[in-house]
Design a protein around this ligand. Structure first.
Ligand code: ADP
Ligand code: ADP
Ligand code: MG
Length: 488
């Protein structure tokens, strides 16, 4: 699908170091993604699961699978137990995926201490970048622009109020160890700040086990632009261009795009070089993502994610670089075989996070059995998922059940391909976000490639689509029924 034509010499000559056996400390589609990379590289894969996932695909597809007990979540969140499983099963490395313990410095440290390679940066780097205020400090010191706001964590609401007067409303109160779009509240005035402050603290304590919060100036109607980087253990850092994740609801990404249709070549080079600078400044190793907010010509560092990201797929589609493979290569001690000038990109890729949620009912989760699943296909279509017909989506984990990725040469074509692929897919038994994405793709602003992080909240009318099947679908269903009846 893409234009990548640089063949690394060391792979051909067999001088590559290779991991032998990798424990995948995750579940769902990302666990399967890692199993696939291991299989292609001749690396043994070990899955782990809790009883709620006994029939999950990552369990079936890995070379080995081990139970972590009855509780649906506890096993996936137990660093000591997972590291000892890696030791017991003779693994030389652990891949943490995203979510769960992927940005848990203690987990990485335990692995390091047990002599197991943690596939990610050093625990000290995770610690620094996982703490959003410490990350802001490092970036300021490195000369990377950050959003105006707190120097460290806030001590009380009075300090927050004083700081807000200084930077000007609106402001954001954010959980220092937050993630997944949670623990972030916008405050338009002092009254709201007083009200939201304790709410963010309580949300942060419950969701992230830390009551630390900080304040940032709210950048109004920004674009979310993030840069994928790769860094080896020898100090080489490159970027794989950017993704535009401005299509969000409540700070959570819905549709991601690579490259951004709304950057000039100069802006693209600038954010790319800022991301490389950020990674170099903290001695980063492995794959990572540097997230920025853009408004006009201003760019602000927002956070760094020290792990593989949900939307790494679209970067793979436009550059041809297999990011998970590169993670495994780097973790084995290999140098990057790509120089910055080897990285080209072609066309556009879109990723739709197909969530089991009802957009028309405030995106309420819709867990249950997948009664029928027919995968979309054809040119330029990729599906990363762990679902199958008859699979029960467990209620304990997040609601994303499939990533639909499309690639095409031009912006217009990738939109048409997205529409066609969404239409191709059949996913029955649960309500999904797919029809809502059709509404977004049809919107003139989206089609013009002009949108910011307020697009979803600015367009509530996109939620009032009809759930009735389109006439073409009905005609096809009748044709299928007749064919079935006639034994055709
Ligand atoms: P990405 O940053 O890769 O685009 P998300 O922000 O959507 O992905 O997060 C991916 C998954 O990881 C979600 O299930 C989210 O809830 C979880 N997650 C992300 N950060 C954290 C965190 N700090 N603590 C707990 N879970 C997190
Ligand atoms: P998470 O760790 O949950 O991914 P982020 O800090 O990356 O949190 O923020 C998630 C989203 O929240 C961003 O993509 C953006 O839309 C919004 N956001 C965060 N900080 C700001 C800010 N200072 N101004 C405007 N929007 C912001
Ligand atoms: Mg983020």
């Amino acid at each position: 699908m893409s234009v990548f034509n640089h063949t690394p010499a060391s792979r051909e000559s067999g001088t590559e170091a290779r991991l032998n056996k990798v424990l995948i400390a995750n579940r769902g589609e990302i666990a399967l993604r890692i199993v696939r990379a291991c299989a292609e590289m001749g690396i043994q894969s070990v899955a782990m699961y809790t009883e709620a996932d006994r029939y999950a695909l990552h369990v079936k597809r890995a070379d080995e699978a081990h139970s972590l007990g009855e509780d649906p979540l506890a096993g996936y969140l137990d660093p000591a137990r997972i590291v000892s499983l890696a030791v017991q099963t003779g693994c030389d490395a652990i891949h943490p995926g995203y979510g769960f313990l992927s940005e848990n410095a203690e987990f990485a440290r335990l692995a390091e201490q047990a002599g197991i390679v943690f596939i990610g940066p050093a625990s000290a780097v995770i610690e620094r970048m996982g703490d959003k205020t410490a990350a802001r400090d490092s970036m300021r010191a490195a000369g990377v622009p950050v959003t105006p706001g707190s120097d460290g964590n806030l001590t009380d609401v009075e300090q927050a109020l004083a700081l807000a007067e200084e930077v000007g409303y609106p402001v954001m109160i954010k959980a220092t160890s937050g993630g997944g779009g949670r623990g972030i509240r916008r405050c338009d005035d002092a009254g709201e700040l007083r009200q939201q402050y304790p709410r963010v603290i309580s949300e942060a304590s419950k969701a992230f086990g830390s009551a630390d919060v900080f304040l940032e100036k709210c950048i109004v109607n920004p674009r979310h632009i993030e840069v994928q980087i790769l860094a080896d253990g020898q100090g080489n850092v490159i970027h794989l261009y950017e993704r535009d994740c401005s299509i969000q609801r409540r700070n959570q990404k819905l549709i991601e795009i690579a490259p951004s249709p709304q950057l000039t070549p100069e802006q693209r080079d600038y954010v790319g070089s800022l991301a490389v600078k950020a990674a170099m400044a903290v001695g980063y190793e492995n794959a990572g993502t540097v997230e920025f907010l853009l408004t006009g010509n201003q760019v602000y560092f927002m956070e760094m994610n020290t792990r593989v990201q949900v939307e790494h797929t679209i970067t793979e589609e436009i550059t041809g670089v297999d990011i998970v493979r590169e993670q495994l290569r780097i973790a084995a001690g290999n140098a990057l075989t790509f120089r910055q000038q080897d990285i080209r990109y072609q066309g556009f890729a879109l990723q739709f996070r197909i969530n089991a949620e009802d957009p028309q009912n405030d995106f309420f989760p819709s867990f249950g059995r997948i009664s029928h699943y027919y995968a979309p296909g054809g040119p330029g279509v990729r599906v990363d998922t762990a679902i199958y017909t008859g699979y029960d989506i467990p209620p304990y984990f997040d609601s994303m059940c499939l990533k639909l990725v499309v690639w095409a040469l031009s912006w217009d074509e990738v939109i048409a391909r997205g529409q066609r692929a969404l239409d191709d897919m059949r996913l029955q038994g649960v309500t999904t976000t797919a029809p809502y994405y059709q509404q977004i793709l049809a919107h003139p602003q989206f089609r013009a490639g002009q949108f910011n992080t307020s697009f979803v909240s600015d367009n509530p009318q996109l939620l009032s689509y009809s759930n009735k099947r389109q006439p073409r679908d009905i005609a096809l269903a009748i044709a299928a029924a007749i064919a079935g009846h006639a034994g055709l």
